[in-house]
Ligand binder design. Structure first.
Ligand SMILES: [Zn+2]
Length: 458
């Protein structure tokens, strides 16, 4: 809003820049403090500092980081020079840190392009000062109750604060997202009906059941998961939007997807979540004028970063690690669904936030009852190993999902789980872990790998 810089602004900019240099000299992380300092001393700092000419923003409940990584890798490979908050936080202070780093001492930005991951909850502190040229919204779901409450709370906040000049790149298969900021220019991405789609929602949670125009009951033409799918109102003419970037064929055998406009792209991962992430990336880069050829050539070389997904064949068994954000019922449900649909007999480790982390455990475990643990009650899943501070809650939830007691191993100590792992007849071992359990995941993975090697050597 305010563009006037003033003495205070320059003073804060110098201080923040100096703090950055000082932190770097002593070998400390300088991605957080300078921005935090700037917005504390000068609350409208984001409004005063110059911004790059073009800003790509990425927001939504799930997939922000993956989409930003894909956009950044593709742009970098195609010779674009830009700033991003890749290493810092995705709230106002993180964006301030990135802009401070990108600016010279006169407050002028050295680069003309920025890619910003923007926390949806921070809309109120970001959009009054930053107007993204393009804003991608991946999806809006329930997230941690403590942070995000409900989709209506978040979508209302985005409606109130998204700048009118911003062009929106929206998930057209998400009726909450596709109805955001109705006056803004927009394009939609989406995936046409798939053989795996259903008529009714299989999940515990569906947050879009009535028409946002007249309140009538929505009829789903197909459901993919939760409220993702296409629907129309049974009382008025409200319906899912016409999709601009629409996938009309997915060939998992050859790992390709075809768009209705004739373009074909190589898939880098077979999980529907990551196909949406790719599609969001493609849509924004096409809007920026990149060709199918350039986008596909870069995307096909990329992979989902190891901290989020990894797959390793050890003897005859595949060991797969998969990020599964605790307190985020939809993200966990997607992963559980993915696991049950993978071929072969499986053993599954569950190391979710609230389960593994006593120090930061939340009082509220309602999210576990919004999560589809029922998906783990599958013939192909032979053993479920769960541990951590809330392992007793874990047992209750798994048994409520109908999972037989004899399939469940539950312990307080995570690292004692592996001794109970039964490998006979198992083709895949999944380690599902929270963002904050990376080192724990690595330790368990190492133990699993050693156990497999040990048993195969017998
Ligand atoms: Zn209606």
């Amino acid at each position: 809003m305010r563009n006037k810089k003033g003495i205070k602004f320059y003073l804060v900019l110098y201080l923040a820049k100096m703090s950055r240099i000082a932190l770097k000299i002593v070998g400390r992380d300088a991605t957080y403090f300078p921005g935090k300092l700037a917005v504390t001393l000068c609350p409208d700092f984001l409004g005063r500092i110059e911004k790059p000419k073009t800003i790509i923003g990425v927001t939504g409940t799930n997939g922000k980081t993956t989409v930003c990584n894909m956009i950044e890798d593709t742009l970098r490979e195609n010779g674009y020079d830009f700033i991003d908050n890749h290493l810092g936080s995705n709230i106002n202070s993180g964006l301030a840190s990135t802009l401070i780093e990108g600016a010279n001492l006169k407050g002028k930005q050295k680069k003309e392009l920025a890619v910003f991951e923007i926390d949806e909850r921070s809309a109120v502190k970001v959009y009054p000062y930053i107007t993204p040229t393009y804003l991608v919204c991946t999806n809006l779901f329930r997230d941690s109750l403590r942070r995000n409450a409900h989709t209506e709370f978040i979508s209302q906040m985005l409606n109130d604060y998204i700048p009118k000049q911003t062009k929106l790149i929206l998930n057209g298969d998400d009726l909450i997202v596709s109805n955001l900021a109705k006056e803004n220019a927009r394009v939609y991405f989406g995936i046409d009906k798939l053989p795996t789609d259903t008529d009714k929602c299989e999940n515990i949670v569906c947050d879009m059941v009535s028409c946002p125009v007249c309140g009538g009951k929505l009829a789903y033409d197909f459901v993919r998961y939760n409220h993702i799918g296409r629907a129309h109102c049974t009382k008025c003419d409200f319906c899912s939007p016409k999709i601009d970037y629409e996938v009309n064929h997915i060939d998992l055998e050859n790992m390709k997807m075809q768009l209705r406009n004739g373009e074909s792209y190589d898939l880098i991962n077979n999980n529907i979540i990551n196909i949406y992430n790719m599609l969001a990336t493609i849509a924004v880069l096409k809007e920026m004028g990149l060709s199918q050829e350039k986008i596909n050539q870069s995307l096909r070389k990329q992979k989902i970063v190891d901290t989020r997904f990894s797959k390793e064949k050890v003897g005859n068994i595949e060991v797969i690690t998969h990020l599964s954000k605790g307190m985020n019922p939809i993200a966990c449900s997607r992963v559980f669904d993915y696991v049950r649909k993978e071929k072969g007999n499986k053993a599954v480790f569950i190391l979710l936030d609230d389960l593994h982390d006593a120090a930061h455990s939340s009082e509220n475990i309602a999210w576990q009852y919004d999560t589809d643990y029922e998906f783990l009650n599958d013939e192909s899943i032979k053993q479920i190993l769960i541990a951590g501070a809330r392992y007793l809650d874990g047992i209750v939830r798994l048994q409520m999902a109908g999972i037989p007691k004899e399939k469940i191993v539950a312990k307080r100590e995570e690292l004692s789980l592996v001794e109970s792992l039964q490998l006979e007849g198992i083709e895949k071992v999944f380690i599902l872990h929270d963002l904050y359990a990376i080192s724990l995941k690595n330790k368990i993975k190492q133990q699993v790998v050693e156990k497999i090697k040990g048993e195969e050597a017998k």
